[in-house]
Structures are given as C-alpha cells and as structure tokens.
Ligand binder design. Structure first.
Ligand code: DQA
Length: 155
C-alpha cells in the first residue's frame, strides 16, 4: 500500500481504537484487485496498528464474515475502546442490526470503505449505518483506514 505523509499527526491523549471488518474483507489481496487493490487485510492491519502507535494510540484489528459476531464485537467495545472504526462491507447497505448496535453502545464510530461506494452500483450508495457514525471515509483504498485512524486522533 502507498505510504501516506506522516508529518504533523499526533494525538496528545492515548486512545484505544478497534477496527472492525465485515464479510469478504479477509479475501483482500486477491478479491477484485481492480477495485480494492493488492494489499492484504493483514498488511492493512499492520499499517493501521503502526500508524495508531505512531500517533500515540493503540489499535486492535478484527474481521468477521458473520453479522452476529460483528455485533458482539461492537457490544464488547463498550468500556474497552474509545473509538470504533468499521468497514461493514456489504452489511453497509442493509444491516439495521449493526446500525442499532453502534447506536446502542454510544461510542464514536467512523465508517470506512476502500472503494468510493457512491461511484459504483446504485445499491452501494445506500448506507444504513453511516447516519449513526460521526462520518464516512471512502474511496482512498487501503489509505481510507489510515485516514480514519487520523480522524480518530482528532476526536
Ligand atoms: C466495501 C464496499 C462494499 O460495498 C462492499 O460490499 C465491500 C467492500 C469497501 O471497502 O469498499 O465488501 O466496504
């Protein structure tokens, strides 16, 4: 993945963030490389944890192909993490259950997507989770995650 410039980004309060990844993101690196690029999820996880550390935060990185497991991760984040970063993958477009979980735990949440979901098929422009998030970052490939870590540092 391409290196983002690092100068000037620091967090003066130690924050714990959890990065939750939804279905099929375990296949990054081989899945639709023309859309999602060549980085694997474990390469992205390393870049995210490194960036978080550099800024003065701690990041954990998880992935699940199952809606209920993602919901459990969101519930467990309460009291353990200060910020949730989530790429809900296809659940973005229809999971009211994930949306309700984020609303319920009352933690600041940032939604990320590697692709620009608003420039793809019409069904991808429908985002049922974004309205309960602070904001959505999409379209920057693997760097969408790095931008989300930096946004978390600014909170
Ligand atoms: C995605 C976009 C979703 O529409 C898709 O279902 C994914 C990946 C992204 O990161 O661009 O699985 O969340």
């Amino acid at each position: 993945m391409s290196k983002m410039p690092t100068k000037g980004w620091k967090c003066n309060m130690s924050k714990r963030i959890i990065v939750i990844n939804g279905p099929n993101l375990n296949l990054l690196g081989t899945r639709e490389k023309d859309i999602y690029g060549a980085s694997t999820l474990s390469e992205i996880a390393s870049a995210v944890t490194e960036e978080a550390k550099r800024i003065g935060m701690e990041a954990d990185f998880v992935q699940s192909n199952h809606e209920g497991e993602i919901i459990d991760k969101i519930h467990e984040a309460k009291g353990r993490y200060d910020v949730i970063i989530i790429n809900p993958a296809a659940y973005t477009h229809y999971s009211i259950a994930i949306r309700d979980a984020i609303k319920a735990v009352e933690l600041p949440c940032i939604e990320v997507h590697m692709s620009n979901i608003h420039s793809r098929e019409d069904f991808r422009s429908k985002c049922v989770i974004a309205p309960v998030c602070l904001g959505q970052i999409c379209g920057f490939g693997a760097n969408s995650y790095i931008l989300a870590v930096r946004a978390a540092a600014l909170l």
